[in-house]
Design a protein around this ligand. Structure first.
Ligand code: NAD
Ligand code: WQD
Length: 333
């Protein structure tokens, strides 16, 4: 099949391209390169032995999408393109709603016009807000505490309406927990701009000596060691979940909503220790107050994905850290 991957030069999108090519699909990428680099396509080609067809541009550009769908028949779309920095979304809400919600609507319009109605969407565990309990099931209440999260909620609702309006649509809403790690080759990985917001890229830069120490946000959470607990999932497990979702949609159709997580929660200090062990480098840290908006504990119940997709995450935190470290040693950042 030919799969259109929006945001295909980004962190998760580039790993999805590798997995799709390895599974024998052809891949077309649309990315405006606002948070990624053209050279990622060379790396994907180096790993997969085949190069995606690339269109540089914005998913909100109707003419561009028309030309993409006209260039080669598309069987399904995986929509990663969007803005993802929570703090930035608070400062620039209109930019986030325009890019994320406007981008999803423009993409669906172009898909409908091209009669392509199979779509996988990157949602997030952020749609669960501050969960009342863990593990988190898909039927838990949803809420948003920032414009980024609100944009994911809105898109989820738009896609549900679309699936209800026209049963020809086959739509997956995949709720990612905390994607980390990199392809085992060390050739592709996460490239944060400036100071990393997320834990693992920050820890990797501390281990590499690029930053003096990690600030551990909060030591008084109701967790075993007082630091925040999350469900870290290896990015290759995550993208394999997309292939399973694609197979499900082609077979069963309808609207699919599933968590992509491991079901295991690890604390900030667990991750610091695992990274120090994987890298053989010290990871100095200082305890600082809580980061506003953070929740104490967040991890998935991954049972529905196992039941419906026959998928489960296979890689542990040792491999997540080892692969993130290999990538960090290649990274230009
Ligand atoms: P990323 O920033 O690395 O990748 C997104 C890509 O989309 C980038 O290459 C960027 O240049 C491109 N892009 C952004 N806006 C665009 C637009 N309007 N038109 C075309 N291209 C555009 O982010 P990522 O970590 O790979 O995340 C991919 C998706 O997964 C996002 O939708 C994100 O919200 C979602 N997600 C990510 C995480 C995470 O922790 N990384 C967790 C849950 C959900
Ligand atoms: C993990 C833990 C921090 C940095 C975010 C988004 C979420 C989703 C994934 C897209 C927490 C602690 C972190 C640091 C620290 N993205 N931490 N020092 O907050 O779970 O989720 O990314 O959908 O929407 O909110 O991930 O990696 O930022 O934090 O102590 O320098 O590490 O407090 O406990 P988070 P994270």
């Amino acid at each position: 099949m030919n799969i259109l991957v929006t945001g295909g030069t980004g962190y998760i999108g580039s790993h999805a391209c590798v997995a799709l090519l390895a599974a024998g699909h052809t891949v077309t990428v649309v990315d405006n390169l606002s948070n990624s680099r053209y050279e990622v396509l060379d790396r994907v080609a180096q790993i997969a032995g085949q190069r995606p067809l690339f269109f540089q541009g914005d998913v909100r550009d109707h003419e561009l999408l028309r030309s993409v769908f006209a260039a080669a028949p598309v069987d399904a779309v995986i929509h990663f393109a969007g803005l993802k920095a929570v703090g930035e979304s608070v400062a620039q809400p209109l930019r986030y709603y325009d890019c994320n919600v406007g981008g999803a609507i423009a993409l669906c319009e172009a898909m409908a016009e091209a009669a392509v109605k199979t779509l996988i969407f990157s949602s997030s565990a952020t749609v669960y807000g501050d969960p009342a309990s863990v593990p988190i099931r898909e039927d838990f209440p949803r809420s948003a505490t920032n414009p980024y999260g609100a944009s994911k909620l809105m898109i989820e609702d738009i896609l549900a309406d679309l699936a209800h309006a026209d049963c020809a649509w086959r739509i997956a809403r995949l709720r990612y927990f905390n994607p980390v790690g990199a392809h085992e080759s060390g050739l592709i990985g996460e490239e944060p701009n400036g100071v990393p917001n997320n834990l693992l890229p920050y820890v990797a830069q501390v281990a590499a000596g690029k930053r003096p120490q990690l600030s551990v946000f909060g030591s008084d959470y109701p967790t075993p060691d007082g630091t925040g607990v999350r469900d870290y999932i290896h990015v290759m497990d995550l993208v394999e979940g997309h292939l399973a979702a694609l197979n499900y949609l082609l077979d069963k159709g309808g609207l699919l909503t599933v968590n992509l997580g491991t079901g295991c929660g690890y604390s900030v200090l667990d991750m610091v220790r695992a990274f120090a062990a994987a890298s053989g480098r010290p990871v100095p840290y200082a305890r600082v107050p809580r980061r506003p908006g953070d929740v104490a504990t967040c991890y998935a119940d991954p049972q529905l994905a196992a039941d419906l997709l026959g998928w489960q995450a296979r890689r542990g935190i040792e491999q997540m850290c080892a692969d993130a470290w290999r990538w960090q040693q290649h990274a230009t950042v």
